[in-house]
Design a binder for this molecule. Structure first.
Ligand SMILES: NC(=O)C1=CN([C@@H]2O[C@H](COP(=O)(O)OP(=O)(O)OC[C@H]3O[C@@H](n4cnc5c(N)ncnc54)[C@H](O)[C@@H]3O)[C@@H](O)[C@H]2O)C=CC1
Ligand SMILES: O=C(O)/C=C/C=C(\O)C(=O)O
Length: 484
């Protein structure tokens, strides 16, 4: 039976307490995860702190950059190991993991290595009151020991989206992977040792959230900052833990994102774009679309076209060619999503397609499969339209004017992302300016330039990741004044 061990101070650490890791496609046991207790979390924080004072803390930026490039290259050399591990843990299609998750999992190290190597800090010469001058310049130093609490939807990508800049800035990290997806964070420990990253720089503790490794880590006084991607409610709990000791947080949280399609849009591209944003990764992407608003003249045609796209999605295990839809991550999450499917029916929604569970053959019947689902006819006040479901489903409603589209999109406490489809330049820029989100895609979705600001407004997050924006969280900025 495969064992997923903790990785502390360069060593793989078993504990006497384990829990099963299940495959979403058929619920078979993939292995046993060794749960870290307070002792292991404390050891990981101690190792991370010691590394800051050791070779890693004394290492030049040049050498650190070389090591991060080596990490990326080793992930790519072991591409298939990471691919198989991620697909087993998540059930996502091979095509998705091989084009998005693993390549980005590696690229995140190189992107931030380049940023710390090339991005300048400010300096000024100023006149001083005595008639002389002074030189002031900025220095960036590492924040210190960073807790990285990860979700299960893009386990490697979202973890290295944090670990990459954290290490590039000279920090050390303790990663707490989701209990649903322990594999690739553990595998990365092998990579860190293989390329010579000093022990204690990268640590992994497995476990759950409340009353487990997640909470032990976020409450640990030796942690200098916490970065987290996941549900907003969990963000609130982690923020409460971070308050003691006034530790900074960087959050990318939940969303209830709107997709807005104007009558003048390129119809086929809009249908293809919303199909991806509603159903990709089985709807388990925080940037995905669960609310679709379509301008009335094309509403019926659009609903029919999206229905056909949803019904054409091939549901099945990752290795089958042409699979477009995998399973949900867990039985618990499947129950949550099916709860919303039932709630929609109870509220009188028109179920355009889906609303249930597909028939799956053999052992696959034990997997966490649900049908891609489209609803119409519900009021904006419905929980279906208000709450993050995080499954392959969306509600479509008509609108008439630009003002109405903006009001509908903004009527949520979330503010993560939106995708707008129009060929009218004025409309596009007005939507971008007035929709209260962190990420606005026009005639596109999930285009990612890693140099740009990434994150959510309102209840969808705190801070921005990406490019130089990551430096603001992962470094302390010091101003030095020199009298000349
Ligand atoms: N925004 C996003 O990208 C994601 C959002 N979600 C949303 O969250 C819902 C619940 O999914 P979960 O896996 O439970 O996500 P979660 O956001 O509750 O958990 C994500 C991570 O946080 C850890 N965690 C949970 N509670 C914690 C606490 N009190 N202290 C420290 N760490 C804690 C978990 O162990 C996991 O590693 C999903 O149905 C979906 O709606 C889930 C995954 C990603
Ligand atoms: O491309 C990225 O960096 C991130 C993608 C997805 C998420 O952030 C998410 O689903 O939470």
């Amino acid at each position: 039976m495969h064992q997923y061990l903790n990785f502390i101070n360069g060593e793989f650490v078993a504990t006497g307490k384990t829990f099963e890791n299940h495959a979403p496609v058929d619920n078979r046991v993939l292995g046993l995860v060794h749960e870290a207790g307070e002792r292991e979390v404390d050891a990981a924080v101690g190792a991370a702190r010691a590394a800051l004072k050791g070779d890693w803390g004394r290492m030049s930026v040049v050498k650190r950059v070389e090591l991060l490039y080596a990490v990326a290259d080793e992930i790519n050399r072991r591409f298939d190991d990471f691919l198989q591990a991620e697909v087993a843990d998540t059930g996502k299609p091979l095509s998705l993991a091989s084009h998005i998750d693993i390549p980005r999992g590696a690229a995140n190290f190189k992107v931030f290595a380049d940023i710390v190597k090339n991005v300048p800090t400010e300096s000024f010469e100023m006149a001083t009151p005595d008639g002389g001058t002074a030189l002031s310049y900025a220095l960036r130093s590492p924040l210190g020991v960073v807790a990285v609490v990860c979700p299960w939807n893009l386990p490697l990508l979202l973890m290295t989206w944090k670990v990459g800049p954290a290490l590039a800035c000279g920090n050390t990290v303790i990663v707490k992977p989701s209990e649903e997806t322990p594999a690739t964070a553990t595998l990365l420990g092998e990579v860190m040792n293989a390329v010579g990253v000093p022990k204690g720089v990268y640590n992994v503790v497995h476990g759950f959230g409340p009353g487990s490794a997640g909470e032990f880590l976020t409450r640990h006084p030796g942690v200098n900052g916490i970065t987290f991607t996941g549900e907003t409610r969990t963000g609130e709990a982690i923020m409460a833990a971070a308050a003691k000791g006034v530790r900074p947080v960087s959050f990318e949280l939940g969303g209830k994102n709107a997709g807005i399609v104007f009558a003048d849009a390129d119809f086929d591209k809009a249908v293809a774009g919303i199909t991806r944003s509603a159903f990709e990764n089985c709807g388990q992407v925080c940037l995905g679309t669960e609310r679709v608003y379509v301008q009335r003249p094309i509403f019926d045609r659009f609903v029919q076209a999206l229905k056909e796209k949803a019904q054409a999605l091939k549901v099945g295990p990752s290795e089958e060619p042409g699979v477009g839809l995998g399973p949900l991550i867990s039985a618990e999450h499947k129950a949550k999503v099916l709860g919303y499917y039932e709630k929609a029916k109870a509220e009188g929604a028109t179920v355009v397609t889906g609303g249930g569970v597909p028939d799956m053959p053999g052992a696959l019947a034990q997997g966490h499969w649900v049908q891609p689902t489209i609803w119409t006819g519900l009021p904006e006040s419905s929980p279906i339209v208000r709450e993050e479901i995080f499954g392959p489903c969306c509600h479509i409603a008509p609108f008439d004017t630009v003002d109405e589209a903006i009001a509908l999109a903004n009527a949520t406490n979330y503010g993560l992302a939106t995708t707008v489809w129009t060929q009218n330049l004025a409309t596009a820029h007005r939507m971008a300016r007035e929709i209260e989100v962190g990420l606005c895609w026009i005639n596109s979705w999930f285009l990612r330039d890693l140099r740009t600001a990434f994150g959510g407004a309102k209840a969808s997050g705190i801070g921005r990741e990406g490019g130089v924006h990551s430096l603001e969280f992962y470094t302390e900025l010091r101003n030095v004044m020199v009298k000349l």
